[in-house]
Design a protein around this ligand. Structure first.
Ligand code: ADP
Ligand code: MG
Length: 733
């Protein structure tokens, strides 16, 4: 649950976007916005922990690669790779009493060897103590090694899992065997770690022990009163205890060691979050009051009137813009709730006040779609809008840059391309980030850094359960569009077994004949674009063979113009059945589409299914969603499909998602700009969150630059959990 992102991805801090442009390079540091640049050089005391695991004794390149797979590439990753169990070798029964299924260490005398009857058969060493007989079983072991290790007549100590086979006690491939008298070489207690194929338990134990040995003693960053109240050990002691538990209780999530480490991580996250937020709020905002004229023109051009929820959200945003502090507001609204038009009207306020606005979207398709829907409305109000993505190049691009620099373009819509270094505004006053969970905190800040006192509006369709809002959004203000535009009809959702594919295709054919438009989504296969694409291409070919030119295909590998052409053909006319990979997941709006087919729906998460289904049911015709599943459904997948059939309420779905997946995944990097937690598990340690938040607030209130003794210790904590990007945002002095 905690390691939802592969270790590699977490390490690389991959950009979470799926769009077309490379992740935004930092364009500037906060100094430009009146902050003070603080050096962010990792403290020397932590160097040993951020070295590659290969530097540990007894870890060669091959083992290092395996460790990297399960834990991560650096020593510190091993520290957070906590044991999942322990082997207690202190259990030393007589053979007659040895309980099967339990690890035991027994003292026996070797009486005979029974060589394998066939080359594949096991070799058995027969041994006894005063109470009974033990067979020590080996498959494919070298005969001479066996003879040397188990000389007949010798007394040996054997430690391993005891089982009973045909009424005979046996240990297969003991973990340890030493001559009597050398018991000391067998550890009394051993941690059990999550492994991967090829990685031996013993090697992992050794590597972890070596990593812990490198952990320095660090000055306490926690409040002594809290530590005393909870009965927590110091950081290093907690780490050592968590890795070398002396009794099973210490392995449990409630053990003081694990709670301490979890709290450390939550505190690091909260301090980082609050430092960034505080730096944003600290900078004075500007007073932006609209005249209402442009807004009125836009509203007049709308084919509908705003819902109550939209009006309320807009007035909250207007209030923020008019206030002398910076806006940091999240507009949360389920798919199809109409966030885009609210964003446009907010941008219009800014234009009325003489400023410029930018809207950042995660994919090119989405950016282009925003242009299509917003441009005519803006034009009605005399506002000049431009689109800037990775595809606007050469003269076109320089023209746009010029327009932004001289202020003749008032609103820019685009992808990461608008965060690039050479994009400058005459007076950027509002940054809107659509689908904000697809971006990191830094990208938002980068965009905001392009103006003097930029207000920020972020938008998301991914509802986050209230219980998690604290971690995800900290003290961001939230507006919610709880009400959907009128006239939406419920989407008829059904789960259908994939072996009824023929029937489904037949039904789709009838829909097409009636002039309806259909999405057909193929899943991500093993997270690989290549196989992903293959499944969509295959499906496309099969459907095209049947329905001909009315079938289109869109996927992430297509070049921008091809993608546009495919989307446009679907939205506009010639294509009625669009086969796609999940590129359409975010935000795409084709109101004429009435059917959503999701192939291998069991491979999608709830939030994703909800997003996909949200693509239909936007027009006046009755819409349906077919969830095609393969027969081997896991319990969780079955429940997901059931929930999808039961409700269309994004918040209910979010709560269920949380229940099924756990907070760790729901609150991934994608949601919040927070990294995955390594030690803390919000399901178990959620109660610590509020304490950590208050603690973080207190720390930063008292010592905004983290310069006091405790402040210095907290800095180390930030580095330890790699939240040190936040250090740049601390107030100095
Ligand atoms: P989302 O919140 O998912 O971004 P959009 O902003 O794309 O949703 O809006 C979805 C659809 O709803 C669009 O076709 C839009 O024109 C329409 N819409 C938005 N507001 C209203 C409204 N007040 N009444 C009717 N339709 C609306
Ligand atoms: Mg949207």
């Amino acid at each position: 649950m905690r390691f939802s992102v592969s270790a590699e991805a977490a390490r690389a801090r991959l950009p979470t976007m799926t769009g077309d442009t490379p992740g935004g390079a930092r364009t500037d540091d906060p100094a430009r916005e009146g902050g003070y640049r603080t050096p962010t050089v990792r403290p020397q005391i932590l160097y040993p922990l951020f070295a590659p695991v290969e530097q540990l004794p007894a870890v060669g390149p091959k083992v290092a690669r395996l460790i990297e797979k399960v834990a991560g590439p650096r020593v510190v990753d091993l520290l957070w790779h906590l044991p999942t169990g322990m082997i207690d070798r202190r259990y030393r029964p007589q053979l007659a009493d040895a309980e099967p299924g339990r690890h035991a260490t027994v003292h026996v005398c070797v009486t005979a060897h029974r060589a394998p009857a066939s080359p594949r058969g096991p070799h058995r060493v027969i041994a006894r103590d005063g109470t009974g007989e033990l067979q020590i079983v080996y498959f494919r072991a070298k005969g001479d090694w066996l003879q040397r290790t188990y000389p007949v007549g010798a007394e040996v100590i054997v430690s391993g899992m005891v089982d009973v086979y045909n009424g005979q006690a046996q240990i297969t491939h003991p973990d340890y065997v030493v001559p009597a008298g050398r018991e000391g070489e067998i550890p009394a207690i051993e941690p059990v770690y999550g492994l991967t194929a090829g990685l031996q338990a013993g090697r992992m134990v050794k590597a972890a022990a070596a990593a812990i040995a490198r952990a320095p003693a660090l000055a306490e960053w926690l409040d002594p009163a809290l530590v005393a109240r909870e009965g927590w050990p110091g950081w290093r002691e907690a780490l050592v205890n968590a890795h070398t538990p002396t009794d099973p209780d210490r392995l449990g999530p409630q053990s003081p060691d694990r709670r301490r480490l979890a709290y450390d991580e939550l505190l690091a996250n909260q301090v980082a979050l609050l430092a960034v937020r505080a730096s944003q709020r600290r900078r004075p905002g500007r007073i932006l009051t609209g005249t209402g004229t442009l807004q009125a023109k836009i509203q007049a051009a709308l084919p509908y009137s705003l819902t109550g929820a939209q009006t309320v959200a807009l007035s909250e945003i207007a209030g923020d813009l008019a206030a002398p502090t910076k806006m940091l507001r999240l507009l949360q609204g389920d798919v199809g709730s109409g966030k885009t038009v609210v964003a446009l009207l907010a941008m219009a306020i800014v234009v009325e006040a003489g400023g410029q606005a930018a809207l950042l979207a995660p994919t090119e398709i989405l950016a282009r779609q925003h242009l299509e829907t917003l441009e005519p409305l803006a034009r009605a109000a005399g506002i000049r809008v431009a689109l800037l993505t990775g595809r606007e190049k050469g003269r076109l691009r320089s023209g746009i840059l010029l327009g932004l620099a001289d202020g003749s373009i008032q609103i820019v819509l685009g992808t990461h391309a608008i965060i690039q270094n050479d994009v400058a505004f005459r007076d950027l006053a509002l940054a809107v980030v659509d689908e904000q969970h697809r971006f990191g905190v830094e990208q938002r800040l980068d965009l905001a850094a392009k103006g003097a006192a930029v207000d920020t509006l972020t938008m998301t369709a991914t509802p986050i359960p209230r219980t998690l809002q604290l971690t995800a959004y900290g003290d961001m203000d939230v507006s919610r569009l709880a009400e959907k535009p009128p006239g939406r009809k419920p989407v008829d959702t059904r789960a259908v077994a994939l072996d009824r594919l023929e029937e489904v295709v037949g039904a789709i054919g009838r829909k097409l004949d009636r002039g309806e438009k259909v999405y057909w989504v193929c899943p991500l296969v093993e997270e690989s674009e290549v196989t992903d694409l293959a499944s969509a291409t295959d499906r496309y070919e099969a459907l095209a063979a049947r329905f001909g030119e009315r079938v289109g295909l869109v996927h992430g590998r297509l070049k921008g113009p091809e993608k546009d052409a495919a989307m446009a053909a679907f939205a506009g006319g010639t294509v009625d059945l669009l086969v796609s990979t999940t590129v359409i997941e975010v935000g795409v709006n084709v109101p004429a589409a009435t059917v959503m087919v999701i192939e291998h729906a069991e491979r999608f998460g709830l939030a994703q299914l909800h997003q996909l289904r949200g693509r239909v049911g936007r027009g006046d015709r009755k819409a349906s969603c077919l969830l095609l599943y393969s027969d081997r459904l896991t319990g969780v997948a079955r429940q997901r499909l059931k929930i999808m059939r039961q409700t269309e309420d994004g918040f209910v779905i979010a709560e269920e998602d949380l229940r099924l997946r756990g907070a760790g995944e729901v609150l991934g990097t994608r949601q919040s700009g927070l990294p995955e937690t390594r030690v803390a598990d919000l399901d178990r340690d959620g109660d610590l969150l509020a304490i950590a938040r208050d603690d973080a607030r207190l720390i930063l209130d008292r010592d905004p630059g983290l310069t006091s003794e405790r402040g210095q210790a907290v800095r180390i904590l930030l580095y330890l959990f790699e939240r040190d990007a936040a250090i740049r945002y601390l107030r100095s002095g």
